[in-house]
Structures are given as structure tokens and as C-alpha cells.
Design a protein around this ligand. Structure first.
Ligand code: SF4
Length: 377
């Protein structure tokens, strides 16, 4: 890609958009198995492999981090995932290389991929079969236990690390249920836990069939979950991400720090450059992607880039580094945002000479803070 800053690391995201069935809460672009023909899936694989091959030959250097996400990458098959990883790592292995996988797809066929993979991310979501049913997941409690046992075994035998996604604020879930879920998952020693609050998105089955908890209840449940994670040794480093020491996800940090990354696959986005961020999107659907794999690039205006930078960094405990902000946007954070800072409750943030960051109370009211900040940009 012509805009890449060759003095800076580049990360890779590969989007595999296939799922067995659609989860009740899912608003991501993904295609159910019954809606995709075998030939289409094969064509997708060949297209993305060719595109990756060209990109790798263009760059001729290792990617800093690699993340294969979905959908459920397991739907492509481990042999094809292996070929993608082999191609991506032609000029050297990535410092961190992750694939997502749904629990019901995890089995020993993944072992050859550990030649390149350093990390696996599994969507557990809940340890209750009843809640998994509400979420429309294909796994039940036993499937999740089996997947966690396997990952713990691979961790000890092959030195990989792993993340477990957990969802909270599920209708009918009590605080006790949520805490027990976290404890049950942590028994299998994941290095990293992503804890998401269930959101009710337009157009999903969830919004048609269930009622969300009230906001105060949701916040209490989140605080209890955050406390439990902390007691178990998982440090919060972003609003939804918790890691044992030294196990923060480097690929996530690339996104949050607006580093360079290239996304391949339908709906995948890229962001390259440093001062002038160029954002690009592949396509809006599989059929469009197959017709025209390539990038539609847009150069963000200074205000758009600044908004993106502030909104993503505020989600992290590291917050806004004022020197970094000055290098990118050539203005003084304290001067520009003085009124915004004066207007929000001081319980919500920490502010010193070097950085501005949100507290846990600030994370809980993130939407309100973002709204005030967006008006000040
Ligand atoms: S597996 Fe993930 S991408 Fe697929 S439907 Fe469920 S939540 Fe959506």
C-alpha cells in the first residue's frame, strides 16, 4: 500500500466472515453457514490468500502483530488457516499472532498452527447453558469446559497464551452468576479475559425477545465483575480488557494507539500513516469483496483523526499522553480541552502534567464523557 509509513511497524487483521448460525446479540457482519455456498467459501479463501501474498511481497518484512478474527475463523478449516499464517509469516514471525475460535470448533487439529500462533482467543461468553441459550450460542457449558481444558493443556505443552471472552449483563443473570462465571473461567488459567457488557443492537433477535437490565443494575454488575477480576490477578488495561502481568494484547494496543494496521476481508478496515491517518475499508459484503478485493482509502481530516485518537485512547487506563498528542496534532491538550475538563465531575478522571485518563467511575459513564469531549473537539 502506497501510504504505509515504512519506518513504523505494520499489523495485520484478517476477517473470516463465516459463522455456523447467527448469535442472538450479534450485529457484526457475518454470514450463516446455510447462506454461503461451498464454492463461494473456496473463492473467498483463494481471493484473500492472493491478496495477502501480494501484500507480503510488497512489504517484504514481518508483521508486528497478526489477528485472525471473525465470524468464526474455525469455519475456514485449520488447513486453510495454516496456509494463511504461513504466507503472512513468510518474512518472519509476528511478535504476537492470534486467532479467534469458537469453543465447539477447538480440537487437536489446531496444533500445527502453533508453529505461527502465539495466542488463541475463545468466545466463552458464559458458563451457564441457560444464558448461552439466551445468547444464541452453539456451545453449552460442557463444550466451553472442554475448550478451556484444551487451551490450558496447549498453554502448558506448546507455550501459547489464551484469552477468554465473557459476556455480562445477560437477562436474568444475577451478580452472583456473573462472578461465578469469571471464577469458573479463571480456573483454567487464561492469561487474558475480555469482559463485555451485553448490548442490545437494532436488528438482532435479542432486542426482539429480551429486555435489558436497568442501567444502575448493569453498572453494579460491572463493578462486581471488575473487582473479581482484580482479586484474581487480572489487571484492567482497557474498559473491557484484563490481563495477567505482561499479557496485554499487543494487537489491541495497536488499534487503541492508532498504530498502522492493514485489514483484509469483507468489512475489514485499515489505518496507515502517522500524522495523516489514511483509513480504508475493503467492502461492505462478501459478494462485493469477491468482485473487487481492494481498498477504498480516505484520508481523515485533522479533526476526524483527533476524534478517533481521543476516543480510542480514553478507553484505556493509559489515557491520553499529552506529549504524544502534541506530536500528532501540534496543539496543547491542556489549553484546548480546559473547558471540557472543568465541566466534567472530577471523580471521573485523573489529570497530571503527562497524561489525562479516566477512572473506573469515568469508564462507567464513558458515553457521557465522550459526548462532552466530542463537542469540545
Ligand atoms: S460467532 Fe461472533 S460473529 Fe458469529 S454470529 Fe456469533 S457473535 Fe456474531
Amino acid at each position: 500500500m502506497e501510504f504505509i509509513d515504512n519506518t513504523k511497524p505494520v499489523s495485520l487483521y484478517i476477517h473470516i466472515p463465516f459463522c455456523t448460525t447467527k448469535c442472538a446479540y450479534c450485529a457484526f457482519y457475518s454470514l450463516e453457514e446455510k447462506a454461503v455456498m461451498a464454492e463461494e467459501k473456496e473463492l473467498f479463501y483463494k481471493t484473500i490468500l492472493n491478496q495477502l501474498d501480494e501484500l507480503v511481497e510488497d512489504l517484504k518484512r514481518p508483521f508486528y502483530t497478526i489477528f485472525i478474527g471473525g465470524g468464526n475463523p474455525g469455519m475456514l478449516g485449520f488447513d486453510k488457516l495454516y496456509e494463511l499464517l504461513k504466507t503472512a509469516c513468510r518474512y518472519g514471525k509476528a511478535v504476537e499472532c492470534t486467532t479467534e475460535i469458537n469453543p465447539e470448533f477447538l480440537n487437536d487439529d489446531i496444533i500445527p498452527l502453533f508453529e505461527y500462533l502465539t495466542r488463541v482467543s475463545v468466545g466463552i461468553q458464559s458458563m451457564s447453558s441457560e444464558h448461552l441459550k439466551t445468547l444464541g450460542r452453539n456451545a453449552n457449558r460442557n463444550t466451553n469446559i472442554k475448550a478451556l481444558e484444551l487451551l490450558n493443556k496447549y498453554k502448558n505443552k506448546y507455550g501459547i497464551t489464551f484469552n477468554a471472552d465473557i459476556m455480562t449483563n445477560i437477562p436474568t443473570e444475577s451478580i452472583e452468576d456473573a462472578i461465578n462465571d469469571i471464577k469458573a473461567v479463571s480456573d483454567y488459567n487464561p492469561d487474558h479475559i475480555s469482559l463485555y457488557s451485553l448490548t442490545f443492537e437494532e436488528g438482532t433477535k435479542l432486542i426482539e425477545n429480551c429486555v435489558p437490565m436497568d442501567e444502575e443494575e448493569q453498572r453494579s454488575m460491572l463493578i462486581s465483575c471488575w473487582n473479581t477480576l482484580q482479586e484474581l490477578g487480572y489487571k484492567q488495561y482497557e474498559i473491557s480488557n484484563f490481563a495477567k502481568d505482561g499479557h496485554e494484547c499487543l494487537h489491541n494496543k495497536v488499534y487503541w494507539e492508532l498504530g498502522q494496521y492493514i485489514g483484509l476481508g469483507p468489512t475489514a478496515e485499515s489505518s496507515v500513516g502517522y500524522e495523516n491517518i489514511i483509513s480504508s475499508r475493503e467492502a461492505d459484503s462478501l459478494s462485493e469483496y469477491l468482485k473487487n478485493p481492494g481498498f477504498n482509502s480516505i484520508k481523515l481530516t485533522k479533526d476526524e483523526a483527533e476524534e478517533e485518537y481521543l476516543l480510542t485512547t480514553l478507553r484505556t487506563v493509559y489515557g491520553i499522553d499529552k506529549q504524544e498528542y502534541y506530536s500528532r496534532f501540534h496543539s496543547n491538550f491542556d489549553e484546548k480541552y480546559r473547558t471540557f475538563i472543568q465541566e466534567i465531575d472530577e471523580m471521573l478522571y485523573e489529570d497530571n502534567k503527562e497524561k489525562f485518563s479516566l477512572t473506573r467511575e469515568g469508564f462507567l459513564l464513558l458515553d457521557n464523557v465522550i459526548l462532552s469531549l466530542a463537542m469540545a473537539i
